[in-house]
Design a protein around this ligand. Structure first.
Ligand code: HEM
Length: 406
């Protein structure tokens, strides 16, 4: 079979409109509203002519496809390339890019390493770091993406994992690589992949047992190889998964939260009045801005969703960002409202692959937003926020701000 962008080029299913938008185009990735609105208007699914694959952005179908690991598998890759037909650029993740029952085993190991007790013990150090960082940034012009959104997770998270010699830049670039690699062979992917020879060996090295502290999350994962739950190689792969999935995402969540608060002063006032809303504000940021904008699934059988026939081998781009702003599911979907009930948002996924690091992400977001709520009186926007195109992540590139002290 001749592949198209690394997957089987499917025929247009009956009843599905053909659409020539490019979900990996710079405009679609940065100015998301028109793309999301049009995608939902197409119907339950759209046939993306540029990639000969399907896309969905309404809440119901996106949720159904994303959570059903039996019909819509992850083991064939969560990007446009079908790993059953094309060799992936790196050995696939043994948690994200596998299916049950193997997935149950690896996921269980990570879940134990990120137990509620582990997360509870991280809260105090996270809060201290967030307080110190925000205090340092008060009353001066800052570049909020680098100075705050990147600075916080790249200092607290590698330490929690137990990376002995963290390199913030390489961690950020590795995240950019992993998420851009999910897209087609476009400029974004090519540019970052050119740096793989520099970054990939560093990451692999950093995840080795000998290079981890003895008291971090990484060490707990390796301990699972001592009693035979997994092999030592698998342990290294799982530590790599944490670094792939746990840096860019939280950097993005924190940056996007700052943007939401800076551009919605009424909501910032609410947060200041009641800093215990920090977690709710982070959660609403996740819903509204969906740091992981879109991942794929692959139909492993001939099936049907909402009356649409889906053939085996179909790649389906599940646009979580569009589903999280579907007005048929969310009242005033485009509004940033930190008092909203956000349960059921898809920003952390749904089903067996739902984000295994979600409580670490929440603990980080909450620590930063609480520090801001307690120390900052006003967030002055000093220039335009610029979004950074990435094939899977919706993140800011630059956001000049001033955090005016209380
Ligand atoms: C705001 C921050 C975060 C967001 C928005 C986010 C989003 C997601 C999403 C959407 C998925 C589901 C992918 C799928 O079903 O295909 C996922 C899975 C995953 N996340 Fe997160 N994540 C965040 C933070 C983290 C952190 C801090 C860690 C590590 C501590 C982490 C580790 C993982 C891993 C290992 C998976 C794969 C789980 C599995 O396949 O069972 N994530 N994340």
């Amino acid at each position: 079979m001749e592949l198209f962008h690394g997957h089987k080029p499917i025929a247009v299913p009956e009843g599905v409109p053909e659409w020539d938008a490019d979900p990996y185009g710079t405009d679609e990735l940065t100015d998301t509203t028109p793309f999301f609105t049009e995608l939902r208007a197409q119907g339950p699914f759209a046939y993306m002519t540029k990639y000969k694959m399907l896309a969905c952005g309404r809440y119901e179908e996106t949720r159904e496809v994303f959570r059903d690991h039996e019909r819509f598998v992850s083991s064939r890759g969560v990007g446009v390339s079908d790993f059953a037909l094309e060799e992936p650029w790196r050995s696939p993740s043994i948690v994200l890019e596998v299916d049950p029952p193997y997935h149950n085993k690896t996921r269980r190991v990570i879940m134990r390493a990120l137990s509620p007790k582990v997360v509870a013990d991280l809260r105090e150090p996270f809060a201290q770091d967030a307080d110190a960082l925000v205090a340092r940034l008060l009353n001066r012009d800052i570049e909020a993406v680098v100075d705050l959104a990147e600075a916080f997770p790249t200092s607290v998270f590698p330490r929690a994992v137990g990376i002995r010699e963290p390199d913030s830049r390489k961690l950020i670039d590795y995240g950019a690589m992993v998420f851009n690699a999910i897209g087609p062979d476009n400029d974004l992917r090519r540019r970052i992949m050119a740096r793989a020879p520099d970054i990939v060996p560093w990451i692999n090295e950093a995840c080795l047992r000998a290079n981890l502290t003895e008291d971090g999350i990484g060490a707990t994962i390796y301990a699972a190889s001592d009693d035979g739950q997994i092999t030592e190689d698998e342990a290294g792969m799982l530590v790599r998964s944490l670094l792939s999935a746990g840096v860019d995402t939280t950097v993005t969540g924190i940056g996007n939260a700052l943007w939401c608060l800076a551009t919605n002063p009424d909501q910032f006032e609410l947060l200041k009045e009641d800093p215990s809303l920090a977690l709710a504000a982070f959660e609403e940021t996740l819903r509204l801005t969906s740091p992981v904008q879109a991942f794929c699934r692959t139909a492993n059988v001939d099936t049907e969703v909402s009356g649409i026939t889906i053939e085996e081998g179909s790649k389906i781009l599940c646009v979580l960002g569009a589903a999280n702003r579907d007005p048929d599911h969310w009242p005033e979907a485009e509004k940033f409202d930190i008092t909203r009930k956000t349960a059921g948002h898809l920003a952390l996924g749904v089903g067996p692959h739902i984000c295994v690091g979600q409580n670490i992400a929440r603990a980080e977001g909450q620590a930063v937003l609480r520090a801001i709520a307690e120390k900052v009186d006003r967030i002055d926007v000093l220039g335009d926020a610029v979004w950074r195109p990435n094939n899977a992540i919706h993140a800011l590139d630059r956001m000049p701000l001033r955090l005016v002290a209380r």
